[in-house]
Design a protein around this ligand. Structure first.
Ligand SMILES: *[C@@H]1O[C@H](CO)[C@@H](O)[C@H](O)[C@H]1NC(C)=O
Ligand SMILES: *[C@@H]1O[C@H](CO)[C@@H](O)[C@H](O)[C@H]1NC(C)=O
Ligand SMILES: *[C@@H]1O[C@H](CO)[C@@H](O)[C@H](O)[C@H]1NC(C)=O
Ligand SMILES: *[C@@H]1O[C@H](CO)[C@@H](O)[C@H](O)[C@H]1NC(C)=O
Length: 441
């Protein structure tokens, strides 16, 4: 070893030994601790102790949190670190289970569930949280035994003695008062959520059995329950007629009780006599005339129907409206202006078909047609009646000329029309005058 090196080594050893105790007091470094710090907050000198304080929600890792500053400037034991805190197992709550966690770091929430047969009390929260001070938020009583209220059923009751409340799984059978029928399940069970399953039934009003029909039967009996609106139809045995409505239905007059809309119809043998209308025909052609049969009538030519054209066979075996009759067609007494019937014998009010009437004109008039007679037609009208014209009919010609002149003078068409209407009125007045004269004769 060279001398210089040896000397240097010696000096170093001497220096170490000679160093005074006081000057060896070196401060310990302030450690940088995540989520915590050493306390008290001061310059740490050799021999001082410090305690690790973790931030809320954190805890010191290791058994001890107190450290000492050594003369070497190191901490002993080593400064622990702060780790996230954990809560212990959450409290056990009666009649509950919870989700199956095992670790509960600060901030963890745990949800409780009521066990079968229990329900959550109203207004409570089944959740607890691990707080920063590593305790759980307090949890009140959470669950109560399931209880179903006594099923309330109008017009019905429980078959077993009534109880105010029922517990999980209990069953109840229900029945309705007479006149009501149970709609829904007769047997219900108290369910774990405090409700009944199937749902509580209700009692519905019903009609009694529908009235029976002698000599007939109900054709549409689908059910034994006759609820509001149910309808039954009746039918009679072959050869019998159904009198009345063929169906009735279950209804309510007072809004409270139910009853059938009508009594049952009747089955009877109903035969109306064959309808006979002289000089008439019947449609449709048929040979028996049971209740309800409808026939129509018409008359032979030259005859007219008096009464209703249609008639129906009623329950009392009569026709309604009454059968009509066929009366011969008659023509009314004919009138001819400015003339009269030749024969006074002919002066009757009505004429039969094929009868003729003969006319003659008044003095100063003449017959315009070839024939002086008219014949009564089978439809009640006359063949065209003859006309009586004035001998040398000047009046009419005068008027025609007047109107023609008006046209030629260029009188506006509207005025000509008015003029013509006045002419028409004048002519009608004349005609009335003539008729008056005839009457006076
Ligand atoms: C720590 O030491 C420094 C400098 O040596 C000084 O200024 C400070 O006041 C001391 N702090 C405490 C808390 O003693
Ligand atoms: C924990 O903290 C909560 C709310 O901050 C408080 O109500 C409770 O008393 C604390 N528990 C303890 C044991 O300190
Ligand atoms: C009117 O009747 C009489 C006798 O009844 C007859 O002589 C005369 O010719 C008849 N006149 C006409 C127009 O038929
Ligand atoms: C009317 O006369 C015609 C022709 O002569 C005849 O066919 C008809 O049957 C007559 N009518 C009556 C109702 O007498």
């Amino acid at each position: 070893m060279p001398l210089v090196c040896w000397l240097g080594h010696l000096l170093a050893v001497v220096g170490l030994v000679l160093q005074p105790a006081g000057s060896l007091k070196a401060p310990c470094p302030i450690p940088d601790i995540t989520h915590g710090q050493l306390e008290p907050a001061q310059n740490f000198t050799s021999g001082s102790t410090a305690t690790l304080t973790c931030d809320p929600g954190y805890v010191p890792l290791g058994a001890t949190s107190t450290v000492r500053c050594l003369a070497s400037g190191r901490w002993y034991p080593r400064v622990p670190s702060c780790i996230p805190g954990h809560c212990s197992y959450p409290p056990v709550i009666d009649h509950t289970d919870r989700n199956p966690q095992r670790e509960f770091p600060v901030g963890t929430t745990v949800t409780y569930f009521c066990r079968h047969g229990y329900t959550l009390l109203p207004g409570v929260s089944p959740v607890t949280t691990c707080l920063q001070n590593l305790t759980w938020t307090t949890i009140p009583k959470l669950c109560q035994e399931v209880q179903c209220p006594s099923p309330n059923i109008q017009h019905g009751r429980e078959m077993s003695p009534r109880k105010d409340e029922y517990t999980l799984g209990q069953q109840v059978e229900l029945q309705c008062e007479p006149g009501y029928v149970l709609r829904g399940s007769q047997r219900i069970q108290c369910w774990s959520d405090g409700t009944w399953r199937p749902p509580v039934p209700y009692c519905d009003k019903v009609c009694g059995p529908p009235p029976k029909l002698t000599n007939g039967q109900i054709t549409s009996l689908k059910t034994e329950l006759f609820l509001y609106g149910s309808e039954v139809k009746y039918r009679c045995v072959e050869g019998m007629s159904l009198i009345g409505d063929d169906s009735i239905y279950c209804t309510s007059d007072d809004g409270v009780s139910l009853a059938w809309s009508k009594p049952a119809p009747e089955c009877r043998v109903v035969r109306c006599p064959r309808p006979m209308v002289e000089r008439g025909r019947m449609t449709p052609q048929r040979f028996t005339f049971p209740y309800g049969a409808v026939v129509r009538f018409s008359c032979d030519e030259g005859f007219v129907l008096r009464g209703d054209a249609e008639s129906r066979c009623l329950a009392d075996s009569t026709w309604h409206p009454p059968l009509p009759s066929c009366q011969p067609v008659l023509c009314p007494q004919p009138h001819v202006a400015n003339g009269r019937l030749n024969s006074t014998l002919d002066g009757k009010m009505w004429y039969q078909t094929n009868e003729t009437a003969t006319f003659e004109c008044f003095q100063g008039y003449h017959l315009s047609a070839m024939s002086s007679t008219a014949t009564c037609l089978p439809d009640g009208n006359w063949t065209p009646l003859p006309k009586c014209k004035k001998d040398g009919d000047a009046d009419a010609c005068e008027e025609v000329h007047y109107i023609k002149a008006a046209f030629e003078c260029g009188v506006p068409i509207a005025e000509v029309k008015t003029l013509l209407e006045i002419q028409k009125l004048l002519l009608e007045v004349k005609k009335l005058n003539v008729e008056l004269q005839n009457l006076n004769k």
